[in-house]
Design a protein around this ligand. Structure first.
Ligand code: HEM
Length: 160
């Protein structure tokens, strides 16, 4: 267990793509493929109960497919087998998220669900988990593709 307060969520400006520090792949030695699949399954189970559940597939086969694709990516990213590359090709994740409305608020919810899962990990060195978290915190901003509210409102009235 890790104190959840240690997983800080950074507010980042819309469109900011910080140079993406790569996660420390030593984490893979502790989690293994199965550990990563467990994390992703738990994360998605929280997402489909969250206020952004509308953009995720409902429970069942479609959700299982989404869990698999995501876990394949994280396994590869942490230095495990390249399942994602083989089945999906280049990640290009910002592009793959374009069909979904991802606002700064949605990123917050996504990260909040993720930190719940990570805070429950046991027998994994805390610094490795927090290093992984910092990568997620920054990289998640790459997926934000819409504002929560329009920045300004057009106030036009047409009088004939
Ligand atoms: C910022 C908040 C995020 C939201 C709201 C979000 C939402 C989504 C949604 C709706 C999907 C499609 C699910 C489906 O397959 O039906 C998806 C897919 C995926 N997401 Fe995210 N995502 C976020 C951040 C991230 C981050 C930070 C990563 C990686 C570090 C990531 C990795 C993936 C991957 C690998 C897929 C599968 C892509 C594929 O189909 O090949 N997502 N995400």
């Amino acid at each position: 267990m890790i104190d959840i307060q240690k997983f800080e969520i950074t507010e980042l400006p819309f469109g900011e793509r910080r140079t993406n520090n790569k996660p420390n792949t030593e984490l893979y030695a502790y989690l293994g493929e199965e550990g990563i699949r467990k994390i992703v399954n738990h994360h998605y189970d929280l997402l489909v109960e969250s206020e952004i559940n509308g953009i995720f597939p409902p429970k069942g086969e479609l959700l299982d497919g989404a869990k698999k694709r995501s876990a394949d990516f994280f396994i590869q990213r942490l230095g495990g087998p390249e399942y994602y590359k083989i089945t999906r090709g280049n990640p290009m994740l910002a592009n793959r998220h374009l069909p979904f409305k991802i606002t700064p608020k949605a990123r917050m919810v996504w990260l909040e669900c993720y930190r719940i899962v990570l805070s429950k990990l046991e027998n994994v060195p805390e610094d490795l988990v927090l290093d992984y978290w910092r990568w997620l915190d920054e990289f998640s901003n790459w997926m934000v593709n819409q504002h929560d509210k329009p920045k300004f409102k057009l106030n036009i009235s047409i009088n004939k």
